[in-house]
Design a protein around this ligand. Structure first.
Ligand SMILES: [Zn+2]
Length: 251
């Protein structure tokens, strides 16, 4: 056999093996998730983007809401970090900055607005804050998620009478059982003093209370402690989100 034929033969064989592996790997990392964008409050100063990320395999839908309070930085930072999540199975709806104006000025809400997390389910012809709540509620209805995670922060740990290191839920149907299972998984790896507890008194008008009761969609409000470093808080929120992905079979 001529030398160049041997080289060509080895080359083809080599490329077939390696090339196949590359293609195989590509299929498993899904580098280009399909990502649709939806605009909430389009054409107003409150305009904010929601992202719909679809895995290649069908699966449950999880809605992640951040920035409903503009000074709870770990919440919207975590939601934004999740935008680059390489999703294989299921669907993520991410609204990182529900109250974009408040996030921009790093305040719970703007002086000319109400507290967005007391205006749910909102009003179509209400004041500006009620309109934002209304549009978000309509969007949730349309997306029909299995669960909604609302990412927040508090000024201290629950042991100090604050909300930090807690998951808030509204008792209805199986929500208590769900939260207990999730908490067990989170606390299995928690370092001392960093465990999470549950709280059940989500206020009327909050996305938690109203979405659970009116839309029958369980909402878990995740509260981290602002006294900790931002990096620690974001990591805690990401870990909780991942545990919930695991529970629902989102990959
Ligand atoms: Zn909050």
């Amino acid at each position: 056999m001529k030398k160049w034929i041997v080289v060509l033969f080895i080359g083809v064989a080599f490329f077939t093996i390696i090339g196949k592996n590359f293609i195989g790997e590509d299929k498993h990392t899904f580098p280009n998730n399909e990502k649709d964008v939806r605009i909430i409050m389009k054409g107003t100063k409150y305009e904010t983007k929601a992202y719909i990320i679809k895995g290649k395999e069908k699966g449950p839908t999880i809605f992640i809401n951040g920035g409903i309070h503009g000074d709870e930085v770990a919440g919207f930072s975590t939601a934004e970090e999740l935008l680059s999540y390489k999703l294989k199975k299921g669907k993520l709806i991410i609204l990182p900055r529900a109250n974009k104006v408040a996030c921009e000025i790093n305040k719970r809400t703007a002086d000319f607005m109400e507290d967005l997390n007391r205006q749910f389910p909102g009003k179509k012809d209400g004041n500006d804050t009620e309109k934002i709540a209304f549009e978000i509620t309509e969007f949730i209805k349309e997306m029909k998620p299995q669960i909604l995670l609302d990412l927040h922060e508090s000024r201290g740990n629950y042991r100090e009478g604050r909300l930090g290191n807690s998951i808030i839920f509204t008792p209805k149907d199986g929500t208590a059982e769900l939260v207990m299972t999730i908490l067990e998984r989170i606390n299995a790896n928690a370092s001392e003093g960093n465990d999470f507890t549950f709280i059940t008194n989500a206020p009327k008008g909050s996305i938690n209370y109203e979405t659970t009761n009116q839309l029958n969609i369980p909402v878990l409000t995740v509260e981290t402690n602002r006294k900790l470093d931002l990096k620690v808080r974001i990591d805690q929120q990401l870990e909780i989100v991942e545990k919930i992905f695991e529970y629902y079979g989102v990959e």
